[in-house]
Design a protein around this ligand. Sequence first.
Ligand code: NDP
Length: 292
Amino acid sequence: MNKIIDGKLFAEGLRASLAKKISYVKENHGFTPGLAVVLVGEDPASQVYVRNKGKQTTEVGMKSIEHKLDESTSQEALLKLISELNADDSVHGILVQLPLPKHIDEPTVLDSINYEKDVDGFHLMNVGMLNTGADGVVPCTPLGCIMMLKDRLGDLSGKSAVVVGRSNIVGKPMAALLLQESCTVTIAHSRTKDLPAVCREADIVVAAVGRPKMVLGDWIKPGAAVIDVGINRIEVDGKTKLVGDVDFDSAEPVAGAITPVPGGVGPMTIACLLHNTLQQACRLHKVDMPKD
Ligand code: NDP
């Protein structure tokens, strides 16, 4: 088997399966899942993400609603819009693109989204559900990682996993998901002592650090699965190149399976957002999510 985990291909498969399920709920339950994306300001990277999200949302047959607000929008006006979207029955998922301008308090905004329409899994209610093993919505990037790991390795039970990074959006939920799969989980961070030795013990290494090529091949146990969440832009010969947190060239020969950057975890994130939107739409309409 090819040791490179092709996230682009995996995401295509997930979107195709979602498109079938969406067409099923439209025909059998009479609703079209709708995703509202709110962008405040003109951050160029955020504009690209929002455009891609909108395009992929309509491609799988869902309704895409975009709200582009001026950089100077007040927190009060943003909260009012979210309250309207919370009350709108045609909207099943609400995503506020981060980062928000400095004058707006992100936690206040994220928690104003009805947790039943939270598709990022950032609402405290969904965070709590994930950490208590309830069936809530899971943050998109770790969800994509766990889907690819289970697809490649099957049962993860008993495997030792190291997650490097402890952010609320990647590291912590990733660790919670691995724990749910009965892995023995270590969460490493900037204060971890002898990180290479910690990683060398692991059957699964998930790198979510934001430091280009930090995890080297000799940190990896031969045959281990390596999931590289990092997206770092570096200059090579005057050109910008995307690299992960793992030094792919030295890690790939040692690993049993590895995600590349680009083309690994990245493409799965939007596909999982669409998955979460369908999941919330089914919940709000009190129907089961269609099976594969
Ligand atoms: P954060 O900056 O929020 O967190 C980084 C984590 O890495 C922190 O917990 C930090 O530790 C830890 N860390 C930093 N330096 C070291 C070090 N030298 N040794 C060990 N641990 C270290 O980042 P995010 O979690 O938001 O993102 C991580 C990466 O994933 C980024 O490259 C980001 O671009 C990418 N990303 C990719 C996504 C995708 O769709 N593929 C989605 C989201 C993020 P401490 O807590 O101690 O400071």
